[in-house]
Design a protein around this ligand. Structure first.
Ligand SMILES: [Fe+2]
Ligand SMILES: [Fe+2]
Length: 166
């Protein structure tokens, strides 16, 4: 019995479902991280990225439309794990000077996961000749990278230093 042939288009569709699930999970998680953050700047950064994440979900919905597929997520174990570790940090470091440094670390793990997914999807969209989809994915990729950079700057500017002192 021959296995059904699967192509890059199938892989693209499956990975789109993965990141769609992840973005919706992140949308629910960022407000919790904003509430937990002690630094006003970090709180603001999480709130800003929550708003951007709404746009990421919408862009993915547009990509599903371009594919002619229904909008659908598929459980992403990677994001579940990254978010669970973040929740653990909130619990274990609540009320300590190291909390914000830990929040930044887990937020950057999320951003890097998104960056790898969007980087791959954008390339595949290009190869598949889906230029409109590639542009949408590239816009989000840019915002994920900016967020990652902003978090690094916050960590360098004050958060890491203030986490050292008890
Ligand atoms: Fe995102
Ligand atoms: Fe993000």
């Amino acid at each position: 019995m021959a296995a059904k042939t699967k192509t890059l288009a199938d892989l693209f569709h499956e990975t789109l479902k993965d990141i769609y699930y992840a973005e919706r999970k992140i949308l629910k998680t960022l407000p919790k991280m904003a509430r937990a953050a002690q630094s006003a700047d970090l709180k603001a950064a999480f709130e800003k990225h929550r708003d951007e994440t709404e746009g990421h979900v919408e862009r993915l919905q547009q990509v599903f439309e371009l594919l002619g597929e229904r909008v659908q997520g598929k459980t992403c174990d990677a994001i579940e794990g990254i978010v669970a570790e973040g929740e653990e940090i909130i619990e274990e470091f609540k009320g300590t000077p190291a909390l914000d440094a830990g929040l930044i670390a887990s937020a950057q793990a999320v951003e890097h996961y998104e960056i790898t997914r969007y980087g791959t999807l954008k390339r595949w969209a290009e190869v598949l000749g889906m230029d409109d989809a590639a542009n949408l994915l590239d816009e989000t990729l840019g915002e994920e990278s900016m967020t990652d950079g902003a978090l690094t700057r916050l960590a360098d500017a004050s958060v890491n230093e203030s986490a050292i002192v008890a």
